[in-house]
Design a protein around this ligand. Structure first.
Ligand code: NAD
Length: 256
């Protein structure tokens, strides 16, 4: 379905981003990976699906590096047709104890990076009259939890940016939508399980059960594979008129 199209997925060396990159690769898209840590492993996983793969290590908190990444992607494959704004970090603390530098980093990586990548991707998408911008927000783009002020603010902002981008392009072939996962067992969430286990002297299993039980009625993690299939749907012709939605895949979290 996506043969000849190019997808750039930020923060795709791990977790949800890698799951989405693999799902788009299975549909035939060329993939531009981005993110920190091991690169060769994720690259090989995506290549094994038959995709042409490139990697750029831009730090998504730095607008100049985002610009270099967008130019690199266009030079590699001609144009970015699908932009998945996924890179994100977390920090938990009450507002009065929240380190200002963590606030700035979360707003930069989880929100401003999507603005920068989108503004740089849109001209070519509009010229081609086809494009997909998929913002990986969170159920925390729809509802709040304690100790996550920067994350909740950034994700609510990202849902807002999604709606504006969708509206500004509503008469074109360019759509913009958000994906709002509940708990997904990635390194980002394992850190929160570890903190819970340490604070309460619980085993990993007990802490995992408590984490799910507090918020997610299904008591199950959503998987990167399931989120990847939702991204594939947003890229399909059936989703041509799906514009500005914030689609939660959260085991019933936001329905409560
Ligand atoms: P993860 O830690 O597994 O992956 C994060 C990715 O972002 C990695 O590839 C990492 O290298 C990259 N990254 C981090 N900082 C970066 C930076 N400055 N520049 C470039 N890349 C950077 O986390 P994940 O759980 O897969 O999270 C992916 C997205 O999904 C995030 O936006 C997160 O907020 C969102 N999300 C996660 C969950 C969950 O339960 N895991 C739930 C809802 C939303």
């Amino acid at each position: 379905m996506l043969k000849g199209k190019t997808a750039l997925v930020t923060g795709s060396t791990s977790g949800i981003g890698l799951g989405i990159a693999k799902a788009l690769a299975r549909q035939g898209a060329n993939i531009v990976l981005n993110g920190f840590g091991d690169v060769e492993g994720p690259k090989a996983e995506v290549q094994a699906l038959g995709a042409r793969v490139a990697y750029h290590g831009a730090d998504m908190s730095k607008p100049g590096e985002i610009e270099a990444m967008m130019k690199f992607a266009a030079a590699q494959f001609g144009r970015v047709d699908i932009l998945v704004n996924n890179a994100g970090i977390q920090h938990v603390a009450p507002v009065e104890d929240f380190p200002p530098e963590k606030w700035d980093a979360i707003i930069a990586i989880n929100l401003s990076s999507a603005f920068h990548a989108s503004r740089l991707a849109l001209p070519a998408m509009k010229a081609a009259n086809w494009g997909r911008i998929i913002n990986v927000a969170s159920v925390h783009g729809l509802v709040a939890s304690v100790q996550k002020s920067a994350y909740v603010a950034a994700k609510h902002g990202l849902v807002g940016l999604t709606k504006v981008t969708a509206l500004e392009n509503a008469t074109t072939g360019v759509t913009c939508n958000a994906i709002c996962p509940g708990w997904v067992l990635t390194p980002l969430v394992q850190k929160q399980v570890d903190a819970k286990a340490a604070a309460n002297n619980w085993s990993n299993d007990e802490a995992t059960k408590q984490l799910l039980g507090e918020k997610e009625p299904s008591l199950q993690f959503t998987t990167p594979e399931e989120l990847g299939e939702l991204a594939v749907f947003f890229c399909s012709p059936a989703a041509n008129n799906v514009r500005g939605v914030a689609w939660n895949m959260d085991g019933g979290w936001a329905a409560q």
